[in-house]
Design a binder for this molecule. Structure first.
Ligand SMILES: [Zn+2]
Ligand SMILES: [Zn+2]
Length: 399
């Protein structure tokens, strides 16, 4: 009987040390050169075929089992954030203004741990496992998943199932959290340019004041959620930046507003964007202003967990001693792991790292984000267990 939890003890120190080394040397999206080099170097020490430079800095490892079976891909993202680290960790970022504040350092370290476990059990392994080390998840619209897919990461051999894991500062340590169906949102970023007619601050009647119009718009847009979208469907619109004006007594010509719309269903997304456009145009017209609306193109899709595969993942995770698995609500953040899930069914899930006793109380993206490293072994084991089961030809329903 294979006991991955026992086996992982052999590698636990290495997983933690790798995580610390990457944490200390964080690299921003599209600049993950050293991280990718480290990944390739560590994979090459195992019986894994490595392809570097996949869709940019992506690294793909292929580990073939000794028995026939399916192909399972496991993904870890590698990039850090433009945040100045304010933790007291001895392995704090050496790269000022750049920090692994989303925990992608742990994703890389855990997946390398998984690679060691799978290599160890190669004789019992069916099919093949692809290890996808992805750059630029944090970039937003143009993340690293798409170029990796375009570069063939999901083909040759074709991937049957794909899985990914994210460390979560909101969820308690040793807890896996996931749900079937949509688990993360699609993020429609927008930019509105309100074009008015500037003039003297003392004579607004001679102007078309774009700042006044922007204030009306902020209010009116919230009417989409309260009065236009089915209240049982998750939806958010947030205006997150407004830029206009130069001096206290000048009404400016223009105002620029930027923000984001989050939805979990394509139908709601289409409806929300149509309502949004109608409101912006109508409010601007009502006050004599004109407008230009831009939506970011090719945004990350909804991260959709295949129900049958996810049901199986629930039971696999529940077998891991020392952990708990809970069903969570979807969140309205976004992830380009969604693009892999468009190519093959699978599951995206969270592993909690919140532990007040160790000061791990800050959310992902905080400059004080701290990880409870004892959970990393569970992450590595969970991915290995999933891979070992889903590669078996008859254990889970296909597609
Ligand atoms: Zn993030
Ligand atoms: Zn992240």
């Amino acid at each position: 009987m294979i006991d991955l939890l026992k086996d992982v003890r052999e590698f636990e120190d290495e997983i933690i040390n790798t995580r610390r080394r990457i944490h200390q040397n964080p690299e921003l999206s599209f600049k993950e050169y050293e991280t990718a080099r480290l990944v390739a170097q560590k994979l090459r020490r195992l019986r894994i075929t490595v392809t570097a430079g996949v869709g940019g800095n992506g690294v793909v490892g292929l580990l073939k089992g000794s028995q026939p079976g399916r192909v399972v891909a496991l993904r870890a993202d590698m990039d850090a954030l433009p945040v100045n680290e304010e933790t007291d960790e001895p392995f704090k970022s050496k790269n000022r203004g750049v920090m692994h504040a989303c925990g992608h350092d742990t994703h890389v370290a855990m997946l390398l741990g998984t690679a060691m476990l799978l290599d160890m059990h190669r004789d019992e392994l069916h099919g093949a496992v692809k290890l996808l080390f992805q750059p630029a998840e944090e970039h937003g619209g143009r993340g690293g998943a798409k170029p990796m897919i375009e570069d063939g990461a999901m083909r040759n051999p074709r991937v049957d199932y794909v899985f990914g894991l994210h460390i979560s500062g909101n969820c308690p340590s040793n807890v896996f959290a996931l749900c079937k169906g949509p688990i993360m949102a699609t993020p429609d970023s927008f930019k509105i340019k309100i074009v008015g007619r500037g003039g003297h601050g003392s004579a607004p009647h001679e102007t078309i004041d774009p700042i006044f119009v922007s204030a009306q718009l902020i209010n009116a847009l919230q009417g989409i959620s309260s009065r236009m979208i089915d209240p049982r469907k998750p939806f958010v619109v947030s205006v997150c930046s407004i830029h206009s004006g130069s001096k206290d007594n000048i009404i400016p010509d223009e105002a620029i507003m930027e923000g984001t719309i989050r939805t979990l269903e394509e139908r709601v997304q289409t409806q929300a964007k149509a309502n949004f456009t109608k409101i912006v145009k109508s409010v601007c017209r009502a006050f004599g202003a004109s407008c230009e609306i831009e939506f970011m193109k090719d945004v990350y899709p909804v991260t959709y967990n295949n129900p049958a595969a996810t049901k199986r993942v629930f039971s696999i995770l529940r077998e891991i001693r020392g952990t708990r698995t809970v069903e969570c609500d979807p969140i309205l953040g976004a992830e380009d792991f969604s693009r892999f899930l468009q190519k093959a069914p699978g599951t995206y899930y969270f592993l909690g790292t919140r532990n007040p006793k160790k000061g791990c109380i800050y959310p992902n993206h905080s400059s004080r984000f701290k990880v409870d490293e004892t959970v990393l072994k569970y992450g590595a084991v969970s991915l290995a267990k999933i891979a070992m089961q889903f590669t078996q030809p008859n254990l889970v329903p296909n597609r």
